[in-house]
Design a protein around this ligand. Structure first.
Ligand code: BGC
Length: 606
């Protein structure tokens, strides 16, 4: 498979979680057997041993932020109904503070019929009763603030629920003033079976035609996702006005910004041209299409600039984060507004975290691209979210999974990038894909079974301890089952083990928070032709020495010799800051260093 293939697939299908689920199934990567934990041997510099809650929120706080995605249904249930809620999250803020989190991105908590578990919003200015109330939300924001943690909302602008009052009006009649708020079109004709034919060949990301016929008004409406998620018509300025009002509603409630859901899909080709087929079928048995007329259309950038103008009016550097699965770094740059920097502050760079194979050369190239090809903007790296098989399973080999998880965390937290992590990533939570169709909750897993088993596997409840339901809920049953490994993979157990994956994360995050070199130092690749070991320097900033990182991307020991003078680093005194390889605890030279399989080493040079 060529290195760019996942991204070609991505543009074709429009959605990477299909790609990763497919890769997972094809490679049978899931292997629940957790291995004995590797020994860690960290010598954390005194400067890094600060309280993880130390504020560093002045100025452009988001530049170095650790943003933690919470899937609210699965984080903490406070009222015993088996579903997580806002008060549950508030109860767990101390944990997030101890981890060193700067901001929480909340997956949607708005009122919703929950067809797509909240990504089908029926009221943009309220909280779904199963998650709590607006007062609970305000309390969460206030309690989080006390711990220097910001709250970021998920804003779904591409579509609403079909139960939203705007759509209820829109479908009422062709002459309704809200008719044009959605994308309605006449049938292309009548099929051989006597049924109306959809206006074109566009398919839904979630399977089947992207057009749904309304017999009452005898027209089709467009839905990029489920038919219960009709697309808004962003060519109608009234839609933008209404949506921006909802954005202000939350800004006024002191949210720190938004993660913009499926944002490249706002616009469609007004001529409604058929999309070209690229051959073969996808997991939902639809033809693969190149989504050139329904994804990443240029008009979306005008909306982003106007949205940025809205958020910039508020104090405190509110941030716009984009769910931007893009085919290349040039496209990513456009989402910042290039050198103008007038669109999103942090469009997600999915190029690094979703390479889905441990290939040191590919990681080097993509990290380098993010350092050099986006006009000096700040990259945002991410390995996990609620739509993709967890990185533990996507990158793990079933033998060295935990060492690989440490290596990925090291890439994430020692690169010059803002970072996004997903609840449970810090523990080594695994993907628990349903084994029976009747257990599946995610509709794409029902319609796509058995090829596409849906996204339940990466949404299982957070594992807090080894008590009933992993401490997530007191209910008899939880909305999704708790993963079987919770007896050993949980917060309480890992907090008590200095060598745990959780403590690895805490130490790396603490280093980032305290070390100006790790936060701002230029990231320069070393040993650039090595296909097995990824090595880079972070140039010294302020009093802090330069930092060198070396990561063995293979299951064999690898010996390297690094010459940091190629990055302008002249110091000769080398010391280990953190490593999971006992043999590398006392490194004093960058000559002939042997890294055990999948070992991570971070050191300083003065
Ligand atoms: C979200 C998915 C959701 C889809 C439709 C994606 O970006 O992350 O979970 O199903 O948008 O809203």
């Amino acid at each position: 498979m060529s290195t760019s293939e996942p991204y070609r697939t991505l543009t074709t299908r429009g959605w990477i979680f299909f790609t990763t689920l497919w890769i997972l199934a094809a490679a049978s990567l899931y292997n629940g057997a957790a291995l004995a934990r590797c020994q860690t041997a960290e010598a954390i510099p005194a400067a890094a041993q600060i309280s993880a809650g130390t504020p560093q929120n002045d100025g452009l706080w988001w530049k170095h932020a650790v943003i933690y995605e919470i899937y609210p249904r699965s984080f903490q249930d406070s009222d015993g109904d088996g579903i997580g809620d806002l008060n549950g999250i508030t109860e767990r803020l101390d944990y997030l503070q101890s981890l060193g989190v700067d901001a929480v991105w909340l997956s949607p908590i708005y009122p919703s019929p929950q067809v797509d578990f909240g990504y089908d919003i029926s009221d943009y200015e309220n909280v779904d009763p199963q998650y709590g109330t607006l007062a609970d939300f305000d309390k969460l924001v206030a309690e989080a603030k006390k711990r220097d943690i910001r709250i970021i909302m998920d804003m779904v602008m591409n579509h609403t629920s079909d139960k939203h009052k705007w759509f209820v009006e829109s479908e009422a009649s062709k002459s309704n003033p809200k008719r044009d708020w959605y994308v309605w079109r006449d049938a292309k004709g009548v099929g051989a079976n006597g049924k109306p034919l959809p206006p074109n060949n566009w398919i839904s990301v979630f399977g089947g035609s992207a057009w749904e016929y309304d017999p009452k008004t005898k027209q089709f409406y467009y839905h990029k996702f489920y038919k219960q998620q009709p697309d808004l018509n962003w060519r109608n300025p009234a839609v933008e006005n209404a949506m921006f009002d909802s954005v202000r509603f939350w800004l006024d409630r002191n949210v720190a910004g938004f993660r913009l859901d499926a944002i490249p899909t706002l616009f469609e080709d007004p001529q409604m041209r058929d999309e070209p087929a690229t051959g073969g079928i996808n997991a939902q048995s639809d033809p693969n299409l190149s989504d050139i007329y329904t994804n990443n259309l240029p008009q979306v950038h005008d909306v982003m600039r106007r949205l940025r103008a809205v958020t910039d009016k508020y104090p405190g550097n509110r941030v716009l984060i984009g769910e931007t699965y893009l085919p290349n770094v040039q496209d990513l740059d456009k989402w910042y507004g290039g050198a103008q920097r007038n669109e999103l502050q942090l469009p997600m760079d999915m190029q690094v975290g979703f390479t889905n194979k441990l290939d040191a050369s590919l990681f080097r190239q993509r990290i380098n691209d993010a350092q050099t090809q986006i006009n000096g903007n700040q990259p945002l790296f991410v390995f996990d979210n609620h739509d993709n098989v967890r990185s533990w399973d996507r990158y793990g080999d079933g033998v060295h999974d935990e060492a690989i998880a440490r290596l990925l965390a090291t890439v994430l937290f020692t690169s010059r990038a803002a970072t996004l992590m997903y609840y449970g990533e810090e523990l080594g939570m695994v993907t628990t894909t349903p084994t029976r169709k009747q257990d599946v909750k995610d509709p794409i897993g029902i319609t796509g079974w058995p090829k596409e088993k849906g996204r339940d596997g990466e949404r299982t409840p957070m594992q807090w301890d080894d008590s009933k339901n992993a401490g997530f809920s007191t209910a008899a049953t939880t909305w999704l089952p708790v993963a079987e490994n919770y007896h050993t993979t949980n917060v309480k157990t890992e907090e008590g083990n200095p060598d745990s994956l959780l403590n690895w994360h805490k130490k790396l995050i603490a280093m980032r928070r305290s070390d100006t070199t790790l936060r701002d130092g230029k990231q320069v690749m070393l040993d650039e032709t090595n296909p097995f070991v990824l090595s880079y320097a972070r140039e010294s900033v302020g009093e802090n020495p330069a930092i060198i990182v070396a990561l063995n991307f293979t299951g064999e020991p690898r010996t390297i010799t690094l010459d940091p003078s190629t990055a302008g680093i002249t110091g000769k005194t080398v010391s280990t800051l953190i490593t999971d390889a006992p043999s590398l605890r006392q490194v004093s030279s960058l000559q002939h260093m042997t890294l055990p399989p999948y070992a991570s080493w971070v050191g300083s040079v003065k």
